[in-house]
Design a protein around this ligand. Structure first.
Ligand SMILES: [Zn+2]
Length: 189
């Protein structure tokens, strides 16, 4: 069975499966084809951003983990676009950025135990190794700082930047990073 799409710009004669179901309509299908339906929906969404905000927020809250993972892998695969968006956000929220950075410094300081000379050396080496490997590697707190983890060499590992972006502050995301077997005798000054 073939149906004509009522959209004047389209007017296509298409098979039944090319139309969405819609019980409120006479024949139980949408009067315009799926392609036109999707276009109209996209347009409506673009024109009603403010109205959709509360719904989007509650949807995000309910599906937080999945949404976050999708956003993170998108931003990894669209680095340039994502960096532009991030830079713009930073420019528009300088005070928020400063507050976040201060909070991070405070937590890091609070959760840094007393370090002896050897610990400081290990900490230093971890960051140096990560630097040496380049921007595709990050130093990661195995137990995240925000979840009470310590800023101590034994809670640090080197993982790929992609894994770090996906992991962020999750504790259920298991990453096997580069483990360093410290031989204390080699580190002594
Ligand atoms: Zn159509």
């Amino acid at each position: 069975m073939w149906v004509k799409c009522v959209n004047k710009k389209c007017g296509g004669i298409k098979p039944l499966w090319a139309f969405n179901r819609n019980r409120s309509k006479k024949f139980g299908i949408s009067s315009q084809c799926r392609v036109c339906d999707n276009k109209a929906a996209k347009l409506w969404m673009a024109n009603n951003k403010e109205r959709r905000k509360p719904y989007r927020k509650s949807y995000y809250q309910k599906n937080k983990d999945r949404e976050l993972e999708m956003m993170r892998s998108w931003s990894f695969n669209n680095r340039e676009k994502s960096n532009k968006i991030k830079a713009k956000y930073k420019r528009c929220n300088l005070d928020k950025q400063a507050a976040l950075a201060a909070k991070y410094r405070f937590i890091k300081h609070k959760q840094t135990p007393l370090l002896n000379d050897l610990d400081i050396k290990k900490l230093d080496l971890l960051y140096k190794i990560s630097d040496y490997l380049g921007s595709y590697y990050h130093v990661d707190h195995i137990q995240p700082l925000s979840k009470g983890g310590m800023h101590h060499p034994y809670n640090l590992q080197i993982i790929t930047a992609k894994e770090n972006i996906i992991k962020k502050d999750r504790i259920d995301y298991d990453v096997q990073g580069i483990k360093i077997l410290w031989h204390d005798s080699h580190l002594k000054t």
